[in-house]
Design a protein around this ligand. Structure first.
Ligand SMILES: Nc1ncnc2c1ncn2[C@@H]1O[C@H](COP(=O)(O)OP(=O)(O)OP(=O)(O)O)[C@@H](O)[C@H]1O
Length: 304
C-alpha cells in the first residue's frame, strides 16, 4: 500500500519530470503563443483555420475559448496539445510557442513536436476517447507508465486515488471494467481522472459538457475546476456554453473565423466587450430580462 506522502512524492515527481527549465523564456507565463497560424491543405485549396493568434496562459489560470462552429477553437486547442501536425494535413507556423519555460517551436517556426509533455486533454466524447478493448485499469497503467510511474503498487494506488477523486465508488469494479460497461457520466469522470493522473500543468478540455444535460454539465465543470485548482493546473476549456464559461473561467478568449477577436476578464467582459461579435454572442445569453423577447439577436457577418 502506498502512503499519502509517497503518493504526493510521485505526483510531484510527475509534475517536475523531464521539463528542461534551462531555456526559460518567460517565467510569468505557463503558455505563451505568438502569431500562431494553422492552415489545412495547400495551394488553392488551403484553408486558414487559425489566423495569427497571440495569447498567454498563466499557471493555474482558467481560460474559456468560445466562438461559433468552425471558428478554429478545436484546431487551436489540438495544436497547443501537439495533436495536430503535418500528418493531419495541417501546416503550423508561429513566432513563439513556449510551454512551461521551454520553446516548443521548431527552429524554423514550422511544425510542433508530436506530443507536449505537461499538457493533457479531455475530449467531448469519452466513448471514442477511451480505448474500447482495454480495461480502465489497463488504460491508467498505460498513461502512468508513460508518465514515469512503473511500480505496479504505485500505479494501482494512483488509479484508485484518481477514480475516487472524480467521485467514482467501487473503484475495484471500475478498474476491471471496459468503457462500454460504464455509464456515460462514469466514462466522462474516468476520462477526467486519466487526464489528471499524470499531474499536467495544463488541462485542455474540448467541449467537455456538450454531451451532458444542464445539471450534469454544471457538475462536470465544477469537478474540473475543483481538481485543477487543487493541483495548480491551468485549465483551457473550449465550449459553446457562454453562460457556464462566464461563471467558470478567469479569462475569456473569443474566436471568430480563425482570429482571436477578444481577450478579456470573464468577470467584466459583459461590460467591456469591444468586438461586435463578442457583443452579439453575449447578447444571445437568455436572461430573465430578455426572456419575453420574441427572438434572440441574429449575429451579423462581422468580417470585412
Ligand atoms: N483536417 C482538416 N482538413 C481541412 N479542414 C479542416 C480540418 N479540420 C478542421 N478543418 C476546418 O477548419 C475550420 C476550423 O475547424 P475547428 O474544428 O477547429 O472549429 P471549431 O471552432 O472547433 O468548430 P466546432 O465548434 O464545430 O467544433 C473548419 O472550417 C473546419 O472545417
Amino acid at each position: 500500500m502506498t502512503t499519502t506522502a509517497e503518493r504526493d512524492a510521485v505526483s510531484n515527481r510527475l509534475r517536475d519530470n523531464e521539463i528542461d527549465h534551462s531555456t526559460a523564456l518567460d517565467s510569468r507565463s505557463l503558455l505563451s503563443v505568438e502569431d500562431l497560424t494553422v492552415t489545412y491543405g495547400q495551394g488553392d485549396d488551403a484553408f486558414v483555420a487559425v489566423d495569427g493568434v497571440t495569447f498567454d496562459i498563466a499557471p493555474g489560470e482558467r481560460i474559456a475559448l468560445v466562438g461559433e462552429s468552425g471558428s478554429g477553437k478545436s484546431t487551436l486547442a489540438m495544436t497547443i496539445a501537439g495533436l495536430i501536425g503535418p500528418s493531419s494535413g495541417a501546416h503550423i507556423v508561429s513566432t513563439r510557442l513556449d510551454f512551461d519555460g521551454v520553446s516548443r517551436r521548431s527552429p524554423t517556426g514550422v511544425g510542433l513536436p508530436k506530443r507536449t509533455d505537461g499538457i493533457a486533454m479531455v475530449f467531448q466524447d469519452a466513448m471514442t476517447a477511451l480505448d474500447p478493448v482495454w480495461t480502465i485499469g489497463g488504460q491508467f497503467k498505460h498513461v502512468l507508465s508513460g508518465a514515469g510511474v512503473h511500480r505496479r503498487s504505485e500505479q494501482r494506488d494512483l488509479t484508485r486515488h484518481w477514480l475516487t477523486k472524480v467521485g467514482l465508488i467501487d473503484t475495484k469494479r471500475v478498474m476491471k471494467s471496459r468503457p462500454y460497461e460504464l455509464s456515460g457520466g462514469m466514462r466522462q469522470r474516468v476520462m477526467t481522472a486519466l487526464a489528471l493522473c499524470g499531474s499536467p500543468r495544463l488541462l485542455i478540455a474540448d467541449e467537455p459538457t456538450s454531451a451532458l444535460d444542464a445539471s450534469l454539465a454544471r457538475g462536470s465543470m465544477e469537478l474540473l475546476q475543483q481538481l485543477t485548482h487543487e493541483q495548480g493546473t491551468a485549465l483551457l476549456v473550449v465550449s459553446h456554453d457562454i453562460k457556464l464559461c462566464l461563471e467558470f473561467s478567469d479569462t475569456m478568449l473569443v474566436m471568430y473565423r480563425g482570429r482571436l477577436v477578444e481577450q478579456a476578464a470573464s468577470s467584466t467582459i459583459v461590460a467591456t466587450a469591444e468586438h461586435p461579435y463578442t457583443k452579439g454572442l453575449l447578447g444571445c445569453i437568455p436572461t430573465l430580462a430578455n426572456r419575453s423577447a420574441d427572438r434572440l439577436p441574429v449575429l451579423a457577418d462581422f468580417m470585412r
